[in-house]
Design a protein around this ligand. Structure first.
Ligand code: MG
Length: 348
């Protein structure tokens, strides 16, 4: 049970509670058992250990409610598909910020692109890039130490993806074998990326800084054969709103599960919301408590794969705003058993 008792008690992960012992092996064993991804490079997780330190153990009087974590796709979800505007989502975004609810961006965009959007959104939470290729955690975000991951530019980085060069080589080989032509980001100039994505040249430069995922278009008939050739080379493919993607064993859901685990380690049980609009959001939406499908060209197929999800009536930022406001309203009304002021969060 989480302790986040009131919305005044901000959900800033820097405000942790208690000093806990290390229980990393058991916790991660459970996590990995449930995560359904034996193929990913999980071995690094075995090396993690945690030490949590209580900064604020005060539990405000009253009723506790589960801490809410919102995971959201960007294109076609928080951002409008064509304009990339999030103006219509500003009301919900303002409340989220005021309540201190973590907003985790989960996208096929590169880290360089996401940093631009985080700045625009004044977002300081962890983020997930390139269809789950890596999870970036701002340093000292969680009140425990991650001993194994790489540290880069102020982030702890947990990589799930396959190096970009290997993906590009595989795509070329699969295209050659299937005799199905493709064009990937590596083939495109900055101008082409800008035109095909409808983004500025500056953003196109950032979109080409890929590390774990190659977006591509299929130019010939024979897509089925091409995709089979990709699979035969032990790589995955998926579809976002605009492109096919070739990637390694990673998926957005792996990062979402791991990050949820970190939040639970810090704050106890949490309630997770996921918002997405594309087929590459399928498993990530299955991994959250409250999945929301944004109306899109793919939403019917996505709903069929995640039948317990709700669908918005409107696409993009307007649908996002309505859905999140509704969840926040229900969440605010949600009451659970009162917790004694000295119970704090218990370690696993
Ligand atoms: Mg999308």
């Amino acid at each position: 049970m989480s302790l986040f008792t009131s919305h005044q008690h901000r959900a800033c992960p820097g405000h942790a509670f208690g000093e806990f012992g290390c229980a990393s092996w058991e916790a991660l064993s459970l996590f990995l058992r449930d995560a359904d991804y034996y193929s990913i490079r999980y071995t690094a997780f075995w090396h993690y250990s945690y030490s949590l330190h209580v900064i604020d153990s005060t539990v405000p009087a009253g009723y506790a409610t589960l801490m809410l974590i919102i995971f959201t796709d960007l294109d076609g979800t928080l951002l409008d598909y064509e304009s990339y505007s999030y103006d219509a989502a500003r009301p919900a975004l303002a409340i989220i910020k005021d309540m201190g609810i973590p907003l985790v961006l989960v996208t096929s965009k590169t880290r360089a692109e996401v940093e631009v959007w985080r700045e625009r959104l004044d977002n300081h939470d962890p983020f997930i890039v390139e269809n789950g290729g890596a999870l970036y955690l701002p340093r000292k975000y969680f009140p425990f130490t991650l001993q194994a991951p790489a540290y880069r530019d102020g982030y702890a980085v947990i990589e799930f993806g396959t190096p970009y060069g290997e993906l590009v080589d595989t795509l070329r080989a699969a295209s050659s074998e299937s005799q199905c032509s493709v064009i990937g980001f590596h083939d495109m100039s900055i101008q082409e990326v800008s035109l095909r994505c409808g983004i500025s040249m500056d953003l196109a430069v950032l979109a080409k800084r890929r590390e774990y995922d190659e977006p591509f278009e299929i130019l010939d008939p024979g897509a089925d054969q091409l995709l089979k050739c990709i699979e035969s080379r032990k790589k995955q493919w998926t579809r976002g709103g605009r492109f096919y993607h070739i990637l390694g064993p990673n998926d957005k859901s792996h990062c979402v599960r791991l990050l949820t685990h970190f939040y639970e380690r810090a704050f106890g049980e949490v309630s997770t919301v996921g918002l997405g609009d594309g087929l590459n959001d399928t498993r990530f939406l299955k991994a959250v408590d409250i999945p929301i499908v944004l109306k899109s060209a793919e939403s019917a197929r996505l709903l069929a794969r995640v039948p317990r999800a709700r669908q918005t009536e409107l696409p993009g930022s307007e649908g996002w705003n309505h859905a999140v406001l509704e969840i926040l309203q229900n969440h605010g009304n949600h009451r659970v058993e009162p917790m004694p002021a000295d119970s704090s969060i218990q370690s696993a």
